[in-house]
Design a protein around this ligand. Structure first.
Ligand code: PLP
Length: 391
C-alpha cells in the first residue's frame, strides 16, 4: 500500500493501547498461517490448536498467580468486567457495588443493575468507611464488590488487601461476596500474583501490555459463582462460548511472559523517565499540579502515568496543538468517537471543574524512550503557551 509518508509519532498515550511486542508478533505468526486450526475439532490442526491454547492457559495462569482452570479467555477488558459484575446470565442475585472512579466497563453494568457507587477520597482511593456503609446498607444482598487495582486516568494504585478486609468484615458467613478487581491497567506494571491475590475475579486485557487487541482474560477463582455471559458452543469449560481466539490467546500469553520477564527493569527505567517528565513540566509550565500525587510521593501510582492539571488551558485545544507537534496524549479517557469526555474520575476526586478542564495524561509504556520524554518536555510548554495566548 502506498500513500503519503506517515509522520513518526511520539506516543505518550500507552494507557490507551500499546504496540505489539516483537516476541508476541513472532509467537502469533504461525497461528495466522499454517497453524490456523479451530480447537473444537478432532483432526491434527484442531489438536495443535488445543495444545497451543492449553499451553497459553498455563502460562497466563503462572503470570497471574492462579490455576489454569481459573483462567477464562474473553474478548478483552470490557467483556471481563461485564462478566464479573453481572456474574453471567441471568445476573447473580443481589446488588453490585463499585467505586466512583471505575472504568465505564464496570460502572455501566453496575448502574444497569441498579448497583451502588461508592465515593473515593481526594487521591482517588476508595473511601473504606463509605464502602463499609454501602455493604451494611445493602443488608447482606451484595452480589459483587468491584474496586480497580489501578486507575486508567491517574494511575493511582489500590491496596486491595485493605478493601478485602472491609468486604470480609461486612459479609454474612455464607454466601461469600465475590471481590472483583479491574487489573487492565495494573497488569502492565504490577505483580498480580501478589497484588490481586485478594480478589476472586480479576480482569486483564492483552493490548495494554504489548499484546493484541480483542483478547483478555477473567480469572475466576475456584468456588466463585459465575454463569456464562456468552452462550453457545460451550468453549472455556462452558464459561465463555465462541470459537477460541487462538492467535489472540497465544499473543496474550506471550505478552504476559514478556511483561513479567522484564518487569523490574522496565518499571525502574520508565518510572525514572516519568519522574523526569513530571518534574520538568512542573518546573517549566506555571500553574501545573500533579493531580493525584500528594507530597511528591509517586510510589502508589503506576510507573508509566503522568497526570497533570494545567491552569488556564482547555484539554481539547492542548491535545490538538500537541498532535500538531507530533505528540499523542490524552486528557480523560477517550470515548468511542475519539472525542474527549469530561472526567468522572476527577469529578469523583473532588477536583474543581475549572482545574479539571486542563487535565493532561501522558502515559509511557514498555517501548517508551528518553527521546519521547525530551519531545514532550519541549512540546508541552510551547503548546500551553499558545493555548494561553489565544485563550
Ligand atoms: N478497564 C480499564 C481500567 C481500562 O483502562 C480499559 C481500557 O481502556 C478497559 C477496562 C477496557 O479494556 P478493553 O479495551 O480490552 O475492552
Amino acid at each position: 500500500m502506498t500513500g503519503p509518508p506517515v509522520q513518526p509519532i511520539v506516543d505518550l498515550d500507552h494507557a490507551a493501547t500499546t504496540r505489539v511486542r516483537p516476541a508476541v508478533r513472532e509467537a502469533m505468526a504461525p497461528f495466522l498461517d499454517e497453524r490456523y486450526g479451530n480447537p473444537s475439532g478432532s483432526h491434527r490442526l484442531a489438536r495443535e490448536a488445543v495444545r497451543a491454547v492449553d499451553e497459553a492457559r498455563e502460562r497466563v495462569a503462572a503470570a497471574l498467580g492462579c490455576a489454569p482452570a481459573e483462567v477464562v479467555f474473553t474478548s478483552g477488558g470490557t467483556e471481563s468486567d461485564n462478566h464479573a459484575i453481572s456474574g453471567g446470565m441471568p445476573p447473580r442475585p443481589g446488588v453490585p457495588v463499585c467505586t466512583a472512579v471505575e472504568h465505564h466497563a464496570v460502572l455501566d453494568p453496575v448502574r444497569a443493575l441498579d448497583g451502588v457507587v461508592v465515593a473515593v477520597d481526594r487521591s482517588g482511593r476508595v473511601d473504606l468507611d463509605a464502602l463499609g456503609a454501602a455493604l451494611e446498607g445493602a443488608g447482606g444482598h451484595v452480589s459483587v464488590v468491584s474496586v480497580m487495582l489501578a486507575n486508567n486516568e491517574t494511575g493511582v494504585i489500590t491496596d486491595l488487601d485493605a478493601v478485602a478486609a472491609v468486604v470480609r468484615a461486612h459479609e454474612p458467613e455464607v454466601p461469600r461476596v465475590p471481590l472483583h478487581t479491574d487489573a487492565v491497567q495494573a497488569a502492565a506494571w504490577l505483580d498480580l500474583a501478589d497484588q490481586a491475590a485478594a480478589a476472586d475475579l480479576v480482569s486483564v486485557s492483552g493490548h495494554k501490555l504489548g499484546g493484541p487487541k480483542g483478547i483478555g482474560a477473567l480469572i475466576v477463582r475456584q468456588h466463585t459463582p459465575i454463569r456464562p455471559l456468552v452462550m453457545g458452543g460451550g468453549q472455556e469449560h462452558g464459561r465463555r462460548s465462541g470459537t477460541s481466539n487462538v492467535v489472540g490467546i497465544v499473543g496474550l500469553a506471550a505478552a504476559l511472559d514478556a511483561t513479567v520477564a522484564d518487569r523490574v527493569a522496565t518499571n525502574e527505567r520508565i518510572a525514572a523517565l516519568r519522574d523526569r517528565l513530571v518534574e520538568g513540566l512542573l518546573a517549566t509550565v506555571t500553574g501545573t499540579v500533579e493531580t493525584a500525587v500528594l507530597d511528591g510521593d509517586r510510589s502508589a501510582v503506576l510507573p508509566g502515568i503522568c497526570h497533570l492539571c494545567i491552569e488556564g488551558v482547555d484539554a481539547e485545544s492542548l491535545l490538538f496543538l500537541l498532535e500538531a507537534e507530533g505528540v499523542a496524549a490524552s486528557a480523560a479517557s477517550s470515548c468511542a468517537s475519539g472525542a474527549q469526555q469530561s472526567s468522572h474520575v476527577l469529578e469523583a476526586m473532588g477536583v474543581d471543574p475549572l482545574v479539571a478542564r486542563g487535565s493532561l495524561r501522558l502515559s509511557l509504556g514498555w517501548d517508551s524512550t528518553a527521546a519521547d520524554v525530551d519531545a514532550a518536555l519541549a512540546a508541552v510548554p510551547r503548546a500551553v503557551e499558545r493555548v494561553r495566548a489565544f485563550g
